[in-house]
Design a protein around this ligand. Structure first.
Ligand SMILES: Cc1cc2nc3c(=O)[nH]c(=O)nc-3n(C[C@H](O)[C@H](O)[C@H](O)COP(=O)(O)OP(=O)(O)OC[C@H]3O[C@@H](n4cnc5c(N)ncnc54)[C@H](O)[C@@H]3O)c2cc1C
Length: 375
């Protein structure tokens, strides 16, 4: 072991980004995953880098910084991450949603996010697939999309090119703790030592630290997604309905007797570079269960048809689901663990981990450098 080695547990988009930014700072990341890299939530999601969905405050600040890093990464990384600044629309179905979102808009503007209220007539000029029955939309050209699988792959490729190590099928069974300090990991392939360890194990992050008395609540929140056949570019923007944001930020507006609200269904739609639509999603608490359900699929389809009847002839070809790592306060857990010196957390990004991956990597690398434990 040299002093500059850092172990990162979990090769989803978050662990890959941490490894990349550590490498950029001159450290030697060793990234381990129990399986293949990017096989869990980071490949069972959409790729929206939406600013409008972030609550004004730390989340929006992080997201705006992350967006700038995505611009740099898309230029620097060799592998194409399919980053596109398409702009985004928040769809408003009624006056009540409009009133809530207008308030959020004003707050977002104080953080430097440019947003514009559109009538439904104006919104349909941008997106002819939209229903005439909508109230209107909010537009921001800051919203973007990316291919999360490509991002994870591109970051890993760059880490390996510059001498970092990636170890798939290496399951961390315990931390290596000596005199109260974390100095490595115990895996199914033996022990490994390093000067610092980063826990980016997504929904499994807490299980690695619980026996040491540190067990932040990270709850899996399932999201089901529909995938359509590929077709020529038609959906030009990322679109998200205001009721998705209500499910996320204003649960008091939801009616628990409605199946849509019970399943937390709100539409988030993007057309990928390859022409397929990804249409999400549900927001359900069902433990570690990645099944898709008929009720979930039907509710997603029903709601998107209400908002975008212009898509009625597009065929859905498959569905999948992923598990968002949700924390109690909705914010990710980033940084050193007081109870376990030498251990850093990079987890709990819930539905924002793709958007926040670059800034997470950068913050972790900066924090580790600042501790001086590696100098
Ligand atoms: C339906 C859905 C839609 C989404 N859409 C978006 C979106 O549009 N925009 C956005 O920003 N975010 C979105 N998200 C959220 C985003 O996908 C997640 O926040 C992000 O993927 C979390 O990444 P992660 O690296 O923390 O977790 P993961 O990708 O799950 O990675 C954790 C890794 O840790 C590994 N691991 C776990 N335990 C161990 C162990 N003991 N030893 C070794 N390795 C271990 C796992 O194998 C896994 O590879 C969505 C999520 C879902 C479910």
């Amino acid at each position: 072991m040299t002093k500059k080695e850092v172990i990162v547990i979990g090769g989803g988009i978050i662990g890959s980004s941490v490894a990349y930014f550590l490498k950029e700072k001159g450290y030697w990341p060793i990234l381990v995953d129990k399986d293949n890299f990017g096989k869990e939530t980071s490949s069972a999601c959409e790729g929206t880098v939406i600013m409008q969905s972030k609550q004004p405050g730390p989340k929006l600040e992080l997201a705006l910084k992350s967006r700038t890093l995505y611009q740099e990464l898309s230029r620097k990384l060799v592998y194409d991450i399919e980053y596109r600044e398409k702009g985004g629309l928040v769809l408003l179905e009624n006056e009540q949603q409009a009133a809530i979102m207008k308030k959020t808009m004003l707050e977002q503007e104080t953080f430097g996010l440019q947003v514009k209220l559109l009538t439904i007539h104006e919104a349909r000029k941008l997106e002819p697939v939209l229903s005439k029955n909508l109230w209107g939309a909010i537009y921001s050209d800051a919203d973007a999309q990316v291919n999360p699988i490509a991002v994870t792959r591109a970051l890993l490729q760059d880490v390996v090119k510059d001498g970092g190590t990636i170890l798939p099928h290496t399951k961390v069974e315990d931390l290596l703790v000596e005199q109260g300090n974390v100095c490595g990991i115990k895996t199914n392939r033996g022990e490994m030592r390093a000067a610092a360890v980063v826990n980016a194990a997504g929904i499994w992050s807490s299980s690695l630290t619980a026996r040491y008395g540190y067990e932040p609540k990270i709850i899996p929140r399932r999201g089901q997604i529909l995938v359509t056949e590929a077709f020529p570019p038609t959906v030009r923007h990322i679109m998200i309905c205001a009721c998705y944001l209500a499910a996320k930020h204003h649960p008091e507006l939801l009616d628990p007797t409605k199946l849509q609200h019970k399943l937390g269904v709100g539409t988030v739609i993007e057309q990928t570079v390859h022409g397929q639509l990804l249409i999400g999603s549900t927001r359900e608490f069902v433990g570690i269960n990645k099944e898709t359900t008929l009720a979930g699929i039907q509710e997603i389809a029903r709601h998107v048809m209400k908002l975008m009847p212009g898509l009625k002839n597009i065929n859905v070809i498959r569905s999948f689901s992923g598990l968002r790592p949700k924390t109690e306060n909705g914010l990710p857990i980033l940084g050193p663990v007081k109870e376990l010196p030498g251990l850093f957390m990079a987890t709990g990004h819930e539905g924002d981990g793709i958007a926040l991956a670059p800034i997470t990597g950068k913050i972790l690398a900066d924090q580790i450098a600042e501790t001086g434990i590696l100098s």
